[in-house]
Design a protein around this ligand. Structure first.
Ligand code: ADP
Length: 294
């Protein structure tokens, strides 16, 4: 299992696992939230989140969280139900904008661009930071049109041949081409659950995202379909950053390079996945991974 890259940038001095990081290391902004232990920051991150707070009305669901999303890494987010994993995930492409009572504070940048800046258009943002949901949700369209949808609305192709090429490449990357190539004009909803989820991944890939967010992408799938999606996640990492919320700790252990443990809206610990599962620094993390609660 690979270890997360160790920071060398002076803004992110090298951290030892177990260091108290938010007060002592994140020099860009000091945090008053719970202290996160481990390695929330990486060198040359794809996304940076600093002091992110999320409220639903008066209720605080995320309490000053700071973390990076690395390039070509799978970052798993684990923790008990209701601890804010999905809420935080949805902040990364402003999906929470659709919840009227939801307010997001702090800074979230994608390649130095503040994604909450008023000038940012969420439509292209959600192409760059795609999302795959818990329940496969293909559009009521053909397999081809599901994948072609994004490139069409974003005007990514000049002609049908280019669109055909993107559809084929995306289905190949999603591991669905062999199963789908002879039925491209059939409805996406006619595929099996696991195939539908891979179709949704192909749809996300088709617009060349930088980050793919996955909210429990296998929880509606059987073990064989789950294994295929996990295999796919491992392959996709070579091109994209992936942030995955999962209830299945074994899944986090299998697919991710770094794991973040959330507890009641706090980011308690982040670290190399093997370390989190074999030698967690924080008692709350240890209690959770050993099944003492959750
Ligand atoms: P997790 O993904 O870890 O199960 P969530 O992010 O779904 O946690 O929820 C975190 C907290 O925010 C919970 O207390 C939940 O009830 C609350 N919450 C989530 N979505 C909404 C919403 N749309 N409106 C109000 N509260 C919400």
């Amino acid at each position: 299992m690979e270890l997360a890259p160790q920071p060398t940038n002076p803004a992110f001095p090298t951290m030892l696992s177990g260091d108290i990081v938010q007060d002592s290391v994140d020099t860009r902004k000091r945090s008053t939230g719970r202290r996160t232990v481990g390695t929330p920051f990486v060198e040359n991150p794809r996304m940076t989140c600093r002091d992110v707070e999320v409220y639903y009305g008066e209720k605080c669901a995320i309490n000053k969280i700071s973390i990076d999303v690395g390039r070509n890494e799978v970052l798993a987010m684990i923790g008990p139900s209701g601890c804010g994993k999905s809420t935080f995930l949805r902040c990364l492409n402003r999906m929470n904008d659709t919840v009227p009572s939801c307010r997001v504070e702090g800074d979230i940048c994608l390649d130095e661009i503040d994604i909450y800046h008023p000038s940012v258009d969420v439509v292209p943002l959600r192409a760059r930071v795609g999302m795959v949901f818990q329940k496969p949700n293909p559009f009521p369209k053909s397999i081809y049109d599901n994948v072609a949808y994004g490139p069409r609305i974003h005007g990514l192709t000049k002609n049908k041949a280019e669109l055909d090429e993107i559809v084929e490449t995306s289905l190949i990357k999603a591991g669905l081409w062999e199963e789908a190539k002879d039925r491209l004009l059939e409805p996406g909803t006619g595929l099996s659950g696991g195939q539908q989820q891979r179709l949704c991944i192909a749809r996300a890939i088709a617009v060349s995202p930088e980050v793919i967010l996955m909210d429990e992408p296998c929880s509606a799938l059987d073990p064989i379909a789950t294994a295929k999606v996990e295999e796919l996640i491992a392959e996709l990492r070579t091109q994209f950053s992936i942030v995955i919320v999962t209830h299945a700790m074994q899944q986090a252990a299998r697919v991710s390079q770094r794991t973040a443990y959330f507890h009641l809206g706090d980011l308690v610990e982040v670290g190399a996945t093997d370390k989190i599962f074999t030698n967690p620094q924080h008692r709350l993390t240890e209690d959770y991974i050993t099944g003492r609660f959750g």
